[in-house]
Design a protein. Sequence first.
Length: 193
Amino acid sequence: MISAGDARKGVVIGLEGKLYQIVDFQHVKPGKGGAFVRLKMKDAKSGAVIDRTFKPHDALNQIQIDERGFQYLYKDGEDFVFMDNETYEQISLSKSVVGNDGKYLKEGMQLKVLMFKDKEQKSDAQQYLGIELPTFIELKVTESATGLKGDTVSSATKEVEVETGFRLQVPLFIKQDDIIRISTETGDYVERA
């Protein structure tokens, strides 16, 4: 058991007979009244996302999950294919399981896959909850408009596309073929690698 105030992104909880993974959390202290915690949670089976609010001291049933090292291999239609680093077994995860993290996936990338064995199931099959990326990743810029000198009326950034197809804002000095470091938590440019 954990308190709602201790809930963090990636934690899996059991609520109302279902399994939910916390996608986002926010601790709110309004001017009037008591503080509360707003959780955005993804249903592990259906992939549906719900919002709930709790008091910080409310108890939540934390579920133990397994994290195993995997390597991202390739995208197969709408699915993503990964290989277990220990058994070399390949698994295919749907876009609903991978979520927005799919925009950062580069072939050969090492990451963790989050799994849970449902005690109600008769088989030994694992249920896949999602992936956990490194905090920072390095990607090559494949498309970059040239920044014009003195073009800083609104901001000193421009949009680029990296090798995974993800588009983001970077400083004007970044050019095509540069390797940049990106935060997977915010999706923002961090530095040139």
